[in-house]
Design a protein around this ligand. Structure first.
Ligand code: F6P
Length: 322
């Protein structure tokens, strides 16, 4: 292999730059040229790529987002789009590709693998919903951002005897919400994996009020049937019973925009290096993730189309600690 490409795809995640840096520096150390592909699969189709040397990725490890840019690309979901992408790789003499991204992006990686192109994926998403890795690049930083918001909302909540319904990202996965609830000392948590009854949540709030708490926090995953907006609608009809005045805060993309913390920088560096090792070893069509404290590769066919399961013991714990 003489030349490889690297791209970031889907929602950006803090730590993606550290992963790009690791791919470039370990790739160059193996004697390869490394090309950065701009704006994910969209840029790949359009042939937007630039050579990256070791100095070009200096000073990016501490930066959030992705210096290569990212995109969600509808055209790449079509076979015609993917053929254009492969043509673009061939025209630029790129013999291997590293795709840094989450669930949707790795479905694309698998498609390229099925079409015979040497490709590996790196597990990166704030959702931590990927099978084949214990943890994904970005989730630790996103979690800390959510925690900072929760801590602040507790302060203002206490001043006003308010309850906050705090919605966090995560698509159909409740990991971020669950961890934020435990670490943030929330009264309860609502996640997509567990059918929730709004009346049960109302009872938890009433109980907290009766215990004399000055505020109450409910962390809600955006993918739950009763997301924060729907819960608030339900509670509106029961405000007089609940005690706390309720407010909704949707954290949204704020969670994605932070500078990566130490854990994400280190994880991303290890997985980025693991990706070039996998390409060198001819291990194509795999997700490079982190399993049991080690870099681990899992065939993408075992990864795509699935959502990682939640540890139900942690859900029980979150509900016990109110
Ligand atoms: O997959 C990462 C994520 O941030 C999800 O948590 C969220 O649902 C989605 O991306 C938002 O997507 P977009 O940035 O396209 O609005």
């Amino acid at each position: 292999m003489k030349r490889i490409g690297v791209l970031t795809s889907g929602g950006d995640a803090p730590g993606m730059n550290a992963a790009i840096r690791a791919v470039v520096r370990t790739g160059v150390a193996k004697g390869w040229e490394v090309y950065g592909i701009r704006e994910g699969y969209k840029g790949l189709i359009e042939g937007k790529m630039i050579p990256l040397g070791v100095r070009d990725v200096g000073g990016i490890i501490q930066r959030g987002g992705t210096v290569l840019g990212s995109a969600r690309c509808e055209e790449f979901k079509t076979e015609g789009g993917r053929l254009k992408a492969i043509r673009s790789l061939n025209e630029n003499s790129i013999e291997g590709l590293v795709v840094i991204g989450g669930n949707g992006s790795q479905t694309g990686t698998f498609k390229l693998h099925e079409m015979g192109f040497p490709v590996v994926g790196v597990a990166s998403t704030i959702d931590n919903d990927l099978v084949g890795t214990d943890i994904t690049i970005g989730v630790d930083t996103a979690l800390n951002i959510a925690l900072e918001a929760i801590d602040r909302l507790k302060v203002t909540g206490s001043s006003h005897q308010r309850g906050f319904l705090i919605e966090v990202m995560g698509r159909k996965c409740g990991y971020l919400a669950l961890m934020a609830a435990i670490a943030g000392g929330a009264e309860t948590v609502v996640i997509p994996e567990v059918e929730s009854d709004p009346e049960e949540i109302a009872q938890i709030l009433i109980h907290a009020y009766e215990k004399g708490k000055s505020h109450a926090i409910v962390v809600v995953a955006e993918g739950a049937t009763y997301n924060a907006t729907r819960l608030a609608e339900y509670f509106k009809q029961h405000e007089d019973r609940i005690g706390f005045a309720l407010r909704v805060t949707i954290l949204g993309h704020v969670q994605r925009g932070g500078a990566p913390g130490a854990s994400d920088r280190i994880l991303a560096s290890r997985l980025g290096a693991g990706a070039t090792d996998a390409l060198e070893a001819g291990k194509y069509g795999v997700l490079v993730g982190w399993v049991n404290g080690k870099v681990h590769t899992t065939p993408l066919e075992e990864v795509v189309g699935k959502t990682k399961e939640i540890d139900m013991e942690l859900f029980e714990l979150a509900r016990k600690l109110d």
